[in-house]
Design a protein around this ligand. Structure first.
Ligand code: AMP
Length: 381
């Protein structure tokens, strides 16, 4: 079914966070209204949206009220149940499909799907018991990373296993089960590609970018990634392959590792706008959020072109948000505040982008210099 949503139509977004906020802002530029399903009327997306439905994501009466208020539905938040999305999909078009959410929500389903599509990942084993963990650890070797299959993000729900003696405690601590054991990838860097695919099968992918984490939370994105051309191209090809294999209609982020010998392995996929694509708001004529909305609304995708190089720095927790006045006073920093009323440690409060002419992205020292007051933020408590 092809859908060409007319201006003034209403796009329903499941989830009220900053990804929904920035999607709603992009939708408004295209003449759409957004209606948010969330649990808190103060959420970042609600503040900039036309309407909202408050309630539990699993409650069928809430889901029906939400569906009745919108013309098409998407999501910015992956911890809604796929069954909830199935109910929504019986009432209004849901893009991306609940099936794609189902795959991306579970690391075992995700890696099974990726490997079947010929997409390389770290070696892995599903783990349902301590005996299975011991067997998997002897097959994959240590160090390895034990993760919950579901409900993990920003490094939550995972343990690094260095020694066979670590197994029992880690198995006990991590929940919900089942778990997945992944071979430890000694990577040279982490990269990602954001790809949009329309209902007609047309694809647009943003340039491969490089991601740096601090305390398991994205700290910096450098656009483009400073990797050899064959690595950047391999990443692009993998992202397109995943989008096609999923029959995606919508936006998808593909996070990858680059090994020291230049191999590209997919770590995880997220069928929604992604933190590593925030730079596109300022460095591209059409951002990841605009392409998300275009794909959901059935509009032509437009190209994912980049007019500038960029560095994106997340503002995490009260320490980094405290730099806001200095950020506002620093020429060249482009500030984005998510409107969250409470700055908790580890919470993403906003981000800052700095643009450079194409081809002029500086080396590490220059990046630190360019970020000025943000170069050496205090360590997290
Ligand atoms: P994830 O929650 O899977 O995105 O993992 C969070 C971060 O942990 C990644 O961005 C990597 O820095 C690290 N990580 C995850 N899985 C592996 C792995 N198999 N090998 C090495 N590092 C990993």
């Amino acid at each position: 079914m092809s859908l060409l949503l007319p201006p003034n139509a209403t796009i329903g977004i499941v989830g009220g966070g900053q990804l929904g906020r920035m999607s709603a802002l992009a939708a408004a530029r295209l003449g759409y209204r957004c209606h948010i399903l969330t649990q808190d009327a103060n959420d970042p997306a609600v503040q900039v949206a036309h309407g909202h439905t408050l309630g539990d994501y699993e409650d069928s009466a809430t889901l029906r009220r939400f569906a009745a208020a919108v013309d098409v539905i998407t999501f910015e938040f992956e911890n809604v149940s796929a069954e909830g999305l199935d109910l929504l999909a019986s009432l209004k078009p849901v893009r991306p499909s609940p099936e794609i959410l189902r795959i991306s929500q579970n690391r075992i389903a995700e890696k099974t799907f990726l490997n079947a599509a010929g997409v390389p990942t770290a070696p892995w084993r599903a783990v349902r018991s301590l005996a299975e963990l011991q067997h998997a650890a002897s097959e994959l070797g240590l160090p390895a990373i034990l993760k919950t299959a579901r409900l993990g993000y920003d490094g939550k729900g995972q343990r690094l296993l260095r020694d066979m003696a670590d197994l029992a405690a880690a198995f006990e601590e991590l929940s919900p089960k089942p778990l997945i054991l992944e071979g430890f990838v000694s990577f040279a860097c982490e990269i990602s590609v954001i790809v949009a695919r329309g209902a007609d099968g047309g694809i647009a992918a943003f340039d491969t970018v490089e991601n740096r984490h601090r305390d398991h939370i994205l700290d910096l994105t450098l656009a483009p990634a400073r990797v050899q051309d064959p690595v950047a191209h391999a990443a692009q090809a993998l992202a397109r392959r995943v989008a096609e294999a999923l029959d995606l209609v919508g936006l998808l982020a593909v996070e990858m590792f680059v090994t020291h010998d230049g191999k590209v392995l997919v770590n995880e996929i997220a069928p929604r706008p992604h933190n590593s694509g925030h730079w596109t708001i300022d460095a591209c004529p059409a951002s990841q959020f605009e392409l998300h909305i275009r794909a959901v609304a059935g509009l032509p995708l437009n190209e994912a072109v980049r007019h500038s190089d960029a560095v994106m720095k997340n503002l995490v927790g009260p320490e980094e948000l405290a730099l806001w006045p200095e950020i506002l006073a620093t020429p060249g920093l482009i500030p984005h505040h998510y409107g969250k009323s409470e700055a908790r440690p580890g919470r993403k409060m906003g981000h800052v982008t700095r643009l450079f002419p194409r081809g002029a992205l500086p080396g590490d020292f220059g990046v630190a210099d360019a970020l000025g007051c943000l170069a050496t933020p205090p360590a997290h408590a």
